[in-house]
Structures are given as C-alpha cells and as structure tokens.
Write a protein that binds this ligand. Sequence first.
Ligand code: G6P
Length: 367
Amino acid sequence: SAYDAGEHESYMRKEILEQPTTAQAVLRGRLDDRFGTAHLGGLDMDARDLRAVRRVKILGCGSAYYVGQMGAGLIEELARIPADAEAASEFRYRDPVIEPDTLYVAVSQSGETIDTLLAVQEVRRKGGRCVGLVNVVGSAIARECDGGIYLHAGPEVAVASTKALTNMFLGFALLALQLGRVRDLSIADGKRLVAGLERLPAQIEEVLATESELVEVAHVLAEAQSLFFIGRVRGFPVAREGAQKFKEISYRHAEAYQTSELKHGPLALIDPDVPTVALVPSDELTERNLGALHEIAARSGPLVVVTHADVDLGGIDARRVVVPRNEPELDPILLTIPLQLLAYHAAQHLGLDIDKPRNLAKSVTVE
Ligand code: G6P
C-alpha cells in the first residue's frame, strides 16, 4: 500500500512521530487569528444554531471516549456549556432522553465502530442533531451525521490510536473555541487559544525529542505487574487514556484514578511493587496534587511525574517527565504524548506485537 511503516519498527511508532505534521493538518485553514476563533464549515451550523446549543453530549468508544472526556472539559471551560462524554457502547441500552437543544457529537477514528454508529442512529431516530469528529472520509458514521469535522490524520494502522486521538483533541478545541466565541468567550481569550493551538505542533515535536529519556522509565514500568495512572480535572481523562494504552499493548494491569480519590480506596494498594504515573501540570491544582504524591512516596510507591518545568517536586523521590507549557486548557494533549511513548517502549521491552495486540481489533464493526 502507499502507507507502510517504512524503516520504522512499527506503525505505532511511525504514527506517534507523525503527530507534529498531522496536528497541523487538522488546524489548517480553520483558525482565525484576527477574531480569535475557529471556522468549521463542515458543521453546517451558523452562529444562531451554535448559540442555541444548551448542552453537549459526546459519544465514542475506547480512546475516542476518553478523548471525548477531554473534549467535554474544553467545551465547558471555553464555552461554559454543560458537556459530558459517554461510552457509545452503553448509550442506546438505557433509552436515553434526546433533547432538541443538545448537540450530540460522535467521535471515531474509523467511522465504522458499530456501537458509535448505533448511538448516532439512536440520537437521530429520536430527533436529535448529531455531528461527527471522524477521521475516515465517507465512513458510515460520517455519512450518518448531520455534519462534522474531518480529522485529517491520514490512515492510522496501529490498533492503539495516537495521531487520530491527538487530532480528535484538536477538533474538540476548535469546536469549543467556535462555541465559546459566539457566546461569552472574549476575543482576547480567543486569540490566546488560537496562538496556543498554533504553537502546539512544534511543542509536540519537543516532547517527541525526549523519547530517549522515556525509554528507561518505560522499562521500569514494564517490570511492574500492576500500575496506576492518576490525574484530576483536565488530567483525569489523560490518566484514563494513558492507562488504556498501557494495558492494550503491554498487557499489564493499569488503572486510572482521580488523584483526589486515591485516599478513598486505592492507596491501600500502593507499595514498592506498584508504580504510579501522576499527571501534575502547573495549574491551580498543583499543590493538591503534590500532597497526594507525598502520600504515595510515604508508602514507597515508585513515582513517575509528568509535569511542567516550573513545578517543584520538593523532596519527593520521583522520575520527572517534563512537557512544555501551553495555555492550561490545552495541557491535556501535551501530557498525553509522553504516555504514548511510555506504553510503546514498555511493550517493545516486553517483546510484544505492538501494532496488533492480542484480542483487540482496530475497529469493532459487529455487535
Ligand atoms: C477499538 C480499538 C480502540 C479504539 C476504539 C474506537 O476498540 O481497539 O483502540 O479506540 O475501537 O475506534 P474508533 O475507530 O471508533 O475511533
């Protein structure tokens, strides 16, 4: 085919490394520096339609569901519209209430995931409006939706989604920006985010350049039978996605938790054999996050902290993974990139088939 892994050991690594370029593709022609907004022609909604949206419900499976949670956070922060994500595989089974002023968003790399497709059909059958964030042009979900945003990530072959997931996040950022700017998001904030989005591809490149430092960390994690990924608010969906990647390709038990919930249960499991990967961006929650790290360190739990350069871990014994700072709302995606590399190198260390993990399919098209 025209798309092969070339000299790369795997499609997954190739797709990880493509991200600075593919991230540009989803943003191209959609950012407006002058008015600090985004233009998404494919949505087929004018300013009036956008202003009429009272709630956003995001539907996806697997990684698309987790990035949907990141997207819901962006929409709530930038547009101040209540938003949440739900596993599309559950949605139709609970006879969901479909509201005319809710915007439903289906998110899918392949556009063929049967659970997501049936969720879209459920929305439309009950008279709701559903738009798509889809990578594959002309796919079943894209055709079933009322309009949407194509992700332009190019073909993704590895089962574990990387570049498509990054573009899903960016697609949500564009949608949140446009929804925000027809409401109360100021032009100054709009411009701040446009500039942040324009900086992102180069910052993704910076994270990828730290790959060699992540290899040793990944090898340590690969030796553990069980590990935690923790984060809160913006960081929690990142932790879920990080744990998902890790378990999918390394077959280690990886569990995501809100850092704030640690003391309500999982702290009982922390010991020298159970490492924790903690997401600690520099933001209003840094101090509280550091408090939880002290609790883990006091129980000799090995720590990997994905953080920003200005965060001082004090005396906490941890391996630090530093990502560049952007606007805080966009932190989730830069925090996600090193987790892709950690999962990749752990699986590589264990000698596993990275592109085709056991028991999993790239897209699940039958019920
Ligand atoms: C499968 C894959 C996952 C993927 C999910 C959704 O379960 O194993 O990696 O995230 O489907 O796929 P989609 O094509 O809808 O994004």
